[in-house]
Each structure stands twice: as structure tokens, then as C-alpha cells.
Design a protein around this ligand. Structure first.
Ligand SMILES: [Zn+2]
Ligand SMILES: [Zn+2]
Length: 127
């Protein structure tokens, strides 16, 4: 892993929340990374390794919960605090979702993001 990739991965792991490329750039600037293309290149490399994932709905990035994975996954996102939980998908899950595509579109990939409230943000039930 290059030094830039390492810095950006560390930054995402410490953030514990999804970060946009610009938020990442802001954070790593004092580590000597100051050009957006450098950040995008490192993010792309990390995504190819499965160590960073992109949240399509927010154009934001998160570090993989498991270190790295093969990209068969969904996300559950707390809409209040932005907590993100990675949900591994089985081959069958993935195939089932891709199978929803209509005949005129041949499916290649699926993005699944579930929004809701986490335990901390859920209103407590009356006793
Ligand atoms: Zn992952
Ligand atoms: Zn929450």
C-alpha cells in the first residue's frame, strides 16, 4: 500500500462515519496530500482492494468493516447520526437482487442501502 493510501485509510477508519472526498482532503492536507486527484486515485485503489467502499446515496466513502471484502455487500445507514453498518451479502442474496432487473437491462452490479435509526438514535420506548 502506498503512503497516501495508508493515510487516507487511517483517516477513514478514525472518522467512523462516511466522508466525502473533500472532507478527506481537508483531513489529510497536513499530512502533505493536497491535490484532489491524489485523493481520488488513492480512494480508487483502496476500493479496488475492497478496503474502502463508496456510499452511492451520499457520494461518500467508508472504510471496510472487516479490513477488506469482495464487494458483495449492502449498507444500513442511520439517518440521524450517519452510523454505517456493512451487511455482507451471500452469492444467493446478490443473485436474487440482480435477478430483479427487467429483461431490457442486463444487470452488472447492485447497490443496496437501507436507511433507518440506530439504537442510540431510536426514541426510547415508554416504560
Ligand atoms: Zn467491506
Ligand atoms: Zn444513529
Amino acid at each position: 500500500m502506498s503512503r497516501n493510501q495508508e493515510k487516507i485509510l487511517t483517516c477513514l477508519r478514525q472518522a467512523m462515519e462516511p466522508m466525502s472526498a473533500y472532507a478527506i482532503l481537508d483531513r489529510v492536507r497536513n499530512a502533505g496530500i493536497s491535490h484532489p486527484p491524489t485523493v481520488y486515485r488513492a480512494l480508487n485503489d483502496l476500493m479496488q482492494k475492497g478496503m474502502v467502499h463508496r456510499l452511492q446515496s451520499r457520494s461518500a466513502f467508508v472504510a471496510c468493516d472487516h479490513g477488506a471484502c469482495d464487494g458483495k455487500l449492502a449498507f444500513a445507514i442511520c439517518r440521524r447520526c450517519d452510523k454505517v453498518v456493512e451487511i455482507p451479502l451471500s452469492d444467493e442474496d446478490q443473485a436474487g437482487l440482480l435477478g430483479l432487473a427487467p429483461d431490457e437491462i442486463s444487470p452488472e452490479q447492485v447497490t443496496l442501502e437501507i436507511a433507518g435509526l440506530c439504537v442510540v438514535c431510536s426514541p426510547t420506548e415508554p416504560a
